[in-house]
Design a protein around this ligand. Structure first.
Ligand SMILES: Cc1ncc(COP(=O)(O)O)c(C=O)c1O
Length: 368
């Protein structure tokens, strides 16, 4: 079989075992899934009702223009409908942007560690890339700017950053966006923006009127609790949206995803409740970790990165030790931050379970 040899350098995404298999293997009654930065609660009840109502229409293809959803997002963001594009998760939009702007030999810049998909996009497109190391766990915007060359087609900034949770305030980011040449596309990946309570938070959407090379990505997978529906959106200049529309498949967002996202976005008061829960629990979990003598990176997202070196169990074994006690987390060793662990802020009960099993592991006590 012939295929592109560039793909040899890539490792396919390997999903973990299903929760049922984990429960059975370790004799657990429950597993707290705190590994993928999902929302611990399901879709809003209004969303489920709207989806149920849409079921009989599933014999038809979805609306390829996402007309109703576009109207809702335009209304909430103040943008025109031709400034919006929707994807099968914001991941699809990232891939489409790579497809549209990179090409073999094109140059791309992102931070490391940051969202792992960025590097695979560069590799799939056979682009050259610079993964600029974080400074004090945050984007080093100065170094990223220095890495820009006339060949640079794409720069991605993840804010707040996954997996560190660090947040860039609007003023430093604004300067960066102004400094990047207008021929270079800038992606602001704001998958976790709804969890930010930092006073430096400022809406980046108005910047679009000045920067035709800017695209802001957001998702319904996190605070809206719709990760399983796969829907995200991009906001950019109409010319840029038109380019992305050329590379997407016509029906890339399912009917149910459109209905779910449109209904969810009409419920800002429910989103605010979820934000308040995460902000409260994030502070509580961070405080409790510090009481245990465990260092954390200050986070503005729905997850926290914590230092797992120097515990009774070697750092590399901590995620497995937690899993055997019913808590699934994400090892930093697989994400470019060895010695660290990323844990999602879950429900209050899940967070309590995480803290108690981590305390047990940290102290080298056997499973209670
Ligand atoms: C930084 C970042 N961007 C984008 C995504 C993709 O989100 P989705 O494709 O579910 O919209 C994620 C998912 O974890 C993420 O962490």
């Amino acid at each position: 079989m012939k295929y592109r040899t560039a793909l040899d350098a890539l490792t396919a995404y390997r999903p973990g075992p299903p929760l049922a298999a984990i429960k059975e293997r370790y004799g657990l009654e429950r597993v707290a899934k705190l590994a993928s930065n999902e929302c611990p609660e399901g879709p809003f009840p209004e969303v489920l009702a709207a989806m149920r109502e849409a079921l009989p229409e599933l014999n038809r293809y979805p609306d390829g223009g996402c007309v109703d959803l576009k109207a809702v997002v335009a209304g909430r963001t103040g943008l025109a409908e031709n400034q919006l594009v929707f994807g099968n998760g914001s991941c699809e939009l990232l891939m489409l942007i790579g497809r549209a702007v990179l090409g073999a030999g094109g140059h791309m810049i992102f931070a490391r560690p940051s969202f792992v998909v960025y590097e695979s996009i560069a590799r799939v497109e056979e682009a050259r890339y610079d993964a600029v190391p974080l400074r004090a766990h945050a984007h080093d915007l100065e170094a990223m700017l220095e890495a820009v060359t006339p060949e640079t087609r794409l720069v991605i900034v993840c804010n707040p950053n996954n997996p560190t949770g660090t947040f860039l305030g609007a003023s430093q980011l604004r300067e960066f966006v102004r400094a990047v040449p207008s021929e270079t596309v800038i992606v602001l990946d704001e998958a976790y923006i709804e969890y930010v309570n930092d006073p430096g938070l400022l809406d980046t959407v108005p910047w679009l009127s000045e920067h035709e090379n800017l695209i802001i990505l957001r998702t319904f997978s996190k605070i809206y609790g719709l990760a399983g529906m796969r829907v995200g959106y991009g906001m950019a200049h109409p010319g840029f949206i038109e380019v992305l529309d050329k590379v997407r498949q016509p029906f890339n967002v399912t009917t149910l995803a459109q209905v779910a996202a449109g209904t969810a976005m009409r419920l800002p008061e429910r989103v605010a409740e979820r934000r308040a829960h995460v902000v409260r629990e994030r502070a509580r979990v961070t405080g409790a970790l510090e009481d245990l003598g465990i260092r954390t990176v200050p986070s503005q997202a729905n997850f926290v990165l914590l230092d797992i070196e120097g515990l009774a169990v070697p750092g590399k074994e901590v995620p497995q030790a937690l899993l055997e006690r019913g808590v699934m987390t994400r090892s930093g060793y697989a994400m470019g931050c060895p010695g660290w662990l990323r844990v999602t802020i879950g429900s209050t009960d899940e967070n309590d379970l995480f803290l108690s099993v981590l305390e047990e592991v940290a102290a080298g006590r056997s499973r209670s």
